[in-house]
Structures are given as structure tokens and as C-alpha cells.
Write a protein that binds this ligand. Sequence first.
Ligand SMILES: *Cc1c(COP(=O)(O)O)cnc(C)c1O
Length: 378
Amino acid sequence: MKEKIYLSSPHMGGTEQQYIVEAFKTNWIAPLGSNVSEFENSIESYLRKSSHVAALSSGTSAIHLSLILLGIGRGDEVICQSMTFSASANPIAYLGATPIFVDSEAETWNICPHHLEEAIKDRIEKGKKPKAIIAVHLYGMPYRVEEIEAISKKYDIPIVEDSAEALGSSYKGQKCGTFGDLSILSFNGNKIITTSGGGALVSRNLEYKSKAIFLATQARDDAPHYQHSHIGYNYRLSNICAGIGRGQMEVLDEHVSLRRKMNVFYSELFKNDSNITVFKEPSTEFFSNHWLSCISFKNSDKNFNPDGLREALMEENIESRPLWKPMHLQPIFKDAPYYGDKTSETLFNNGLCLPSGSNLDNQARERIKKTILAYTNS
Ligand SMILES: *Cc1c(COP(=O)(O)O)cnc(C)c1O
């Protein structure tokens, strides 16, 4: 069997283990220590825009805490981009709130401003104003920042910016992770950088950071004994994992540029193929980290379709994956309200994510190219 080519696998920079050794030497084998604060500092200076960062155990826990900080609870409604990974929406359900799903638009694949406003108006008319908007930069592509922010201001509904896939992306030169009232990052194993597992909550509001850390460390009141006036969580990032993060931050920009090169590789590969388009920025204002490079098929039939290509790649031990299946089509969310025109459903039916790692070499690229051309030319 040929060596497996993954969709997106961890790619160490080299200094990560030094920081882990440091944690052992100082005996901070705990969810606190200097790696945690240094990792936070390095993300803060990377994002700029006076961001305050709380390192957490996952991106999902960061979304959960964001919603808690916005005061969301039982019976509330929260708008969420439908086309996304389930972790964007699950925390709404943790809190006993109802997700209201909104479709994507065709250029960024992210939340559609038109359907977002339609959803807000209709929910208000039905008697409940949504309490937050969860917008996602899918595959690293920034959402329509200005249009979405304008709607958020007009109706006074805060944005939770799900930037789990978009560390290193930017819109008009401003980094993703700095646009929401609260923003979240993920450092899971397959993301642009990894701490093996981890995430962060980001905000310009320092109070949100302190409150997030308070809630993430079991919500202990200021007393010598254990006293609690809030329900707490065990959501802080470990000092070992944060050590990996420190090393990863040193190579983030290099890895973004390598992922973007993978996107150029696919653009070249498909440039004369009128049936397949590579997902790209709609204008130069958008800068995607191209966490995953995706394609969509214009005309599929039973012999030529995304699933056929996926299987042809699998035969060669090359991983590819369908796009995120929209949340309004998921069994678990089938009763949740949805506003849209099936754009995300069409994308899901016609798209495919291709191997995109920053650690793929020429040999891997040649194998991918050969397999894809054998399928598209057959
Ligand atoms: C990965 C991901 C998350 C969750 O992050 P974890 O660190 O895996 O909990 C949330 N939203 C999106 C869009 C993601 O891709």
C-alpha cells in the first residue's frame, strides 16, 4: 500500500518540543504555566487590533463560553451559518437555546447577508429577537465582513466569529479572529496550526477574557476555601499543549503560504477543465489561508461526480472529503428553522475538499495530480 496522503495533517515547526521540555523542567504539567500565557501573548500580537486571548481546551468550548458570556440560555434563539462543522452549532443546544440556520451565498460559501436579514426580521415578527449570530470563515475564506457587521449593528445583535478554520486569513488586511464581538480559534489536529487539541476565545473586551478564564477554571469565587456562585467548566488549555502552540505560532505564516501554494497547484491543475472550479477569493479584499482547497463540479453525471473522484483518490490511498453537510440537513437539527435558497445544499452536492496540508511535497503532489487527471480525463 502506498503511503497515505492526508487531507490535512499536523506539521511541526521544530521548536515545539523545547517548550514542552521547559514545562517539565519547571514542573508546570497543568492547565496553567508560562507556556499558556506566552502562547496567548503570541496570538495577541499576531492578531493585533488589541485582541485579548484566553487559551482553552477546544474551539467548541470557546463557542460554548462565548454564548454564555452573551447571556444565552434556555428558550433563546441563536442564528448560525448552516454550512459549517457541527461544533459551530452544538453549543447552542448545550444551553437549551434554538439554532436558526441561515444559508450561504455562492461566492464566499459563508452566511448570506440577504437571508440573514430575512431570518432576523421573521424571527422578530414571530416574537423573538435572536440573541447572537454565529458566522463562520469556512475553509479559511472570510465571510462578507462588512455586510454582516452592518446587519449586526442595525439590529443590535452581537456576532460570534467562528474563525476555527481561518487563523492567518484576513479581510482588507485585518486578521480573521478580530471581527466578532467574540471570536474563536481552534488548534485541533487537522487545523492550520495544532496543539494536538485546543482552542481560544478572542475579544477586544478584556473583561470577556477574564470572565472566560474564570468560567473555564471551575468558576471559583475569591475565597481561601472552594466557593462557587456560578456553574463552572474545566475548559483551560494545558501547559503542555500550549507549548506545542508556541512552537506552531513561529511557523504559522510559513504554513499559510504553503497552504496557499497548494491552492495554486490545484488552480493550475484544473485551469483547462471547464467542468471543475477551484474555490478562490472573490476579490483581493479577501485573503484566505486556504486551510482546505476545495473544488466544485459544474456538470456531474453518474460517471463524473465528486464521489467518483473521492473514490478514485481513495484507491490510491489519498484522502479527500465532501464539503460540510449543512446543519439544516442534519438529522439532529431537522426541526430547526432554516432561511435560504438551497445554495449550501447545492455546494454540498457538488463539492470536494482535496489534500491541502502544508507538509505535502512534490512527490505527493505528483501522485495527486496523476490520480485526478486519470479520473477527469477518463
Ligand atoms: C474545528 C472547528 C470547530 C471546533 O473546534 P475544536 O477545537 O475541534 O473543538 C468549530 N467550528 C469550525 C468551523 C471548525 O472547523
